[in-house]
Ligand binder design. Structure first.
Ligand code: SF4
Length: 320
């Protein structure tokens, strides 16, 4: 059963202009995104900067309100909940940021930072809280004396471990991780990814893992959704996606991220030209047609739906 379902999620940011600041358009950051994540599963959401993947994460967390669509957490529809109504569900969906420092009060010790959610959600207080915090520190690989330190006294990798401990403190079902290792050195990245994998196996956590980095996605994801200009263009298991990419944009991303493989020399390497168009003015039809080397006339007019073309393998392209 899915712990998180997202159905035709849309987030448009209005653009205002003119003397009267009337609405003159919209940035279509997320334009009809659907997926589900099962307990113990990691869904990777990958795409270039500005494709809308972080907006998907923020909308699911209800940090911003969706324009339309549905978000179902643990079987309950949370789409229309206001902050007060959302509070009981906040515990079940937590986040890990790229820069955990930005969400940590520099005047509080790290032990207090990790213990704060336990107090706020009335899970544990006093000695019991302290014992839980100590167990969390040990679980994420931080020494007990680190509880007395302040966030600025940690290395980047340790600070991300602290962010993970804070997210875990309230026993969530789902964690939205937005570029959580992008700012770390490669060796530290692997340690943090392996910690997340171990925690998932132990606790059955579901992750929505947002990243632009395909190597990171390959390490941690079970399935991967590729986003382009607010839409998912391909969704498949990690194995399928890397072995048989079906969307020209996925082909291009893989070609750009991997060194030429002589065993696959016969496969055409898709190179896309030009920049990503503005989400305030996405091209009609298939959003990718302005850069796609295979585009046909219909691509400029009709938007291809995301279709299942093989078991579990979905793609949005007229040619598939
Ligand atoms: Fe390219 Fe057309 Fe497929 Fe879009 S629908 S990816 S433009 S071939």
């Amino acid at each position: 059963m899915s712990v998180l379902e997202v159905d035709r999620l849309v987030k448009h940011f209005p653009i205002h202009g003119g003397l009267l600041q009337r609405r003159v358009g919209a940035v279509k950051a997320v334009d009809g995104v659907s997926f589900a994540i099962a307990k113990g599963e990691t869904l990777g959401l990958v795409g270039e900067s500005g494709c809308g993947k972080s907006t998907v994460g923020k909308t699911i967390l209800k940090l911003i309100e969706p324009t339309s669509g549905r978000i179902v957490l643990g079987g309950e529809d949370i789409t229309a909940l206001k902050p007060g109504g959302m509070w009981p569900h906040r515990r079940r969906i937590q986040t890990i940021f790229q820069d955990p420092y930005s969400s940590m009060n520099p005047r509080l010790t790290s032990g207090t930072i990790v213990g704060e959610p336990l107090e706020n959600f009335d899970i544990a207080h006093g000695k019991e809280r302290d014992e839980r915090v100590a167990r969390l520190f040990a679980r994420v690989g931080l020494r007990p004396d680190a509880m007395r330190k302040f966030a600025h006294e940690f290395s980047d990798g340790q600070r991300q471990r602290l962010g993970i401990a804070k997210a875990l403190s309230v026993n969530p079902d789902v964690i939205v991780a937005d570029e959580p290792v992008s700012a770390l050195d490669v060796s530290v990245q692997a340690q943090v990814l392996n910690l997340l994998i171990d925690l998932q196996e132990e606790l059955g956590l579901a992750y929505l893992f947002i990243s632009h980095d395909l190597a990171v996605m390959r390490h941690i994801s079970h399935r991967i959704a590729v986003m382009y200009l607010g839409r998912i263009v391909e969704l498949a298991t990690k194995r399928e996606l890397f072995a048989t990419p079906l969307h020209p944009y996925t082909e291009a991303l893989l070609a750009a991220a991997t060194a030429p493989d002589p065993r696959r020399a016969k496969r055409k390497r898709t190179i896309v030209q030009g920049d990503v168009p503005s989400p305030a003015k996405p091209p009609p039809g298939c959003h990718f047609h302005t850069r796609c080397p295979y585009a046909v006339a219909d691509c400029k007019v009709t938007s291809p739906p995301l279709r299942e073309v093989a078991p579990g393998h979905h793609v949005a392209c007229h040619l598939r």
